[in-house]
Design a protein. Structure first.
Length: 347
């Protein structure tokens, strides 16, 4: 298919939503709206064939194959267990917390913890819609846990390699961390307390020091032979690529077969298939190359003038993220760099 060169590059190419399920049980996924009739038909057939690689709810997550990864929490030899005292909460919040804890029990993410040595408190994040998101304060446990230095990919190298292609599918793991099981002997270390008892995680929770490293290691192990050829990975961000549209469904099938075999599930709400441009890691990726996300430019443009060294450093951090697009950046920013020097009379 000849590419529509007149299409203007946008942060997110226009898509349509298709339903792989029934009217009373919708399973919706976004695909490129500009595909030909034959391309659209072929893509939908592949998505329908592999719809069980998607999770539309937590119940659709069997958990990543144990041969690929489990999360362990080794401790420093001298580490002493910490049992945090239960924090008080307002009565109105308690009911919402209980509801969230019950959901975790219902989907088999947690279980009752008996005689734990490590106990942490939960941390609440209030959503705009009034719901409560429950996290756990693992700071004490994290201090006792050696850091896993499994490397993350260099973002610029990943982006450069992706833009050697012309067609992309952007996918995301469904509650990715929770798809990895906890090592059996380390589950009790994740214990948190509530008004109704203590519970520990059976799956890898958010907030653990090395959770991201474990997840990155797992997807690398899972897809190692496809990386840099038909897929690029950055934690739970995954882009499946092809140089020609006719090859794209073949590449999707290869990745889907691997995901299905080892039970990694994707989040359909965060997937977009068979497009020629899309946001990835804060940039716009297409066959034309890499462009800055206009939202990034806007956020920098709307920043108030920095008044402290900390604010100056924050500003330079944002500028550095888009440094490849600014010629002579070091020279331009030299007056700003001077503000960070200890001998600067203006700081």
């Amino acid at each position: 298919m000849l590419r529509e060169e007149k299409l203007k590059l946008q942060p997110n190419q226009k898509t349509e939503t298709i339903n792989l399920g029934a009217e009373d049980d919708k399973k919706e996924i976004k695909i490129n709206v500009h595909l030909s009739t034959e391309e659209r038909k072929e893509l939908i057939e592949i998505l329908a064939e592999f719809q069980n690689v998607f999770a539309w709810s937590y119940e659709d997550m069997p958990g990543l194959d144990l041969d690929i990864a489990v999360h362990a929490i080794p401790l420093y030899f001298e580490a002493k267990p910490v049992r945090q005292k239960l924090r008080r909460m307002k009565p109105g919040v308690l009911l919402k917390v209980k509801e969230e804890v019950q959901k975790l029990l219902d989907v088999n993410f947690i279980e009752v913890a008996m005689y734990p040595e490590w106990v942490a408190n939960i941390v609440l994040v209030m959503k705009k819609d009034g719901r409560v998101r429950v996290y756990v304060d693992y700071r004490d446990l994290n201090k006792a846990n050696p850091k896993d230095d499994f490397p993350l990919p260099h973002i610029q190298n990943l982006l450069d390699n992706a833009t050697k292609n012309a067609w992309f599918s952007f996918v995301d793991g469904y509650s990715g961390y929770n798809q990895i099981k906890m090592k059996e002997e380390d589950k009790l270390k994740t214990t948190f307390n509530t008004q109704w008892g203590t519970f520990c995680y059976k799956v890898m929770p958010f907030g653990l020091k090395n959770a991201r490293a474990t997840y990155q290691h797992s997807v690398i192990s899972l897809l190692h032979d496809f990386i840099h050829t038909i897929v690029e990975l950055y934690v739970d961000d995954m882009v499946i690529m092809s140089k020609e549209e006719v090859l794209h469904t073949e590449n999707l099938k290869k990745i889907f077969e691997r995901l299905r075999k080892y039970q990694l599930r994707l989040n359909p709400a965060k997937c977009t298939f068979d497009v020629d441009c899309r946001k990835l890691l804060g940039f716009i990726v297409s066959h034309r190359g890499i462009e800055i996300d206009p939202a990034k430019i806007k956020s920098i443009d709307e920043m108030p003038p920095p008044k402290t060294q900390k604010e100056v450093a924050s500003f330079l951090g944002r500028i550095n993220y888009i440094a490849r697009f600014i010629a002579n950046l070091t020279t331009i920013c030299e007056p700003i760099f001077k503000l960070l020097r200890k001998d600067n009379p203006h700081t």
